[in-house]
Design a protein around this ligand. Structure first.
Ligand code: CA
Length: 220
């Protein structure tokens, strides 16, 4: 899951970025509205975490830019406690939810999961294709009687596949979903993750499509 964090307060940005990484998200961080617009034009995100009070172009501009350009990435806005009007304006402009500063990281992560779940069209917290069950809150995966907690990267890879059962994801697709801008990616990182997941759950949990990439089975 790749997240764009738009926040001009460096302290909040650093703390949030770390918490998101710890929670297995790939995070790109920008500090103003113009950079945010550039980022969403060039990279596909699963979620945008958007502070409204930003230098130069504010968060409302970024939100409008997204929706005017038919980019339907879910947006979680971050606002001040007393800014009721901003929250209403943000939701009406196409934001999916909001969180009030100062916030607890656990609440932020839970709201992000809820927004992503609704956006994926599923009310259930557990991702499932009928064979594999993957719980984003605990990072536990179930497959053919085996239940194990995944590492952060393993979870990130499985989540990318499980959000599109039956779709083939290339190495590049997977790297984009697992790693942010500033993270170095080893050339065989994706293969290594797949190998370690197969070791725990069996080879056929992830299918190879020769020359194209990998997939999990479509719901039966
Ligand atoms: Ca701000």
């Amino acid at each position: 899951m790749r997240v764009l964090l738009v926040e001009d307060d460096r302290m909040i940005a650093a703390a949030t970025e770390q918490a998101l990484r710890d929670a297995t998200y790939a995070v790109d961080c920008v500090g103003d509205g113009g950079s945010a617009q550039l980022a969403v034009n060039t990279q596909q995100y699963d979620l945008v975490l958007l502070d409204l009070g930003l230098p130069r172009l504010d968060g409302f501009h970024v939100l409008r830019h997204l929706r005017d350009n038919k980019i339907d990435t879910p947006v979680l806005i971050v606002t001040a406690r007393d800014a009721l009007e901003d929250r209403i304006r943000g939701l009406d402009a196409g934001a999916d939810d909001y969180i009030i500063k100062p916030f607890e990281m656990d609440e932020l992560l839970a709201r992000m999961r809820a927004v992503l779940r609704r956006h994926g069209g599923s009310g259930s917290p557990v991702l499932s294709n009928g064979e594999i069950g993957l719980d984003p809150a605990s990072r536990e995966m179930n497959f053919e009687g085996v239940a194990q907690r995944l590492s952060a990267r393993e979870f990130s890879l499985m989540q990318s596949l499980m959000l599109r059962p039956g779709a083939i994801l290339s190495r590049q697709d997977l790297e984009d979903r697992i790693y942010g801008w500033n993270e170095e990616v080893e050339s065989n990182a994706v293969e290594y993750l797949i190998h370690s997941i197969r070791k725990k759950f069996g080879n056929h949990i992830i299918k190879n499509v020769r020359g194209l990439g990998w997939m999990v089975s479509k719901e039966k």
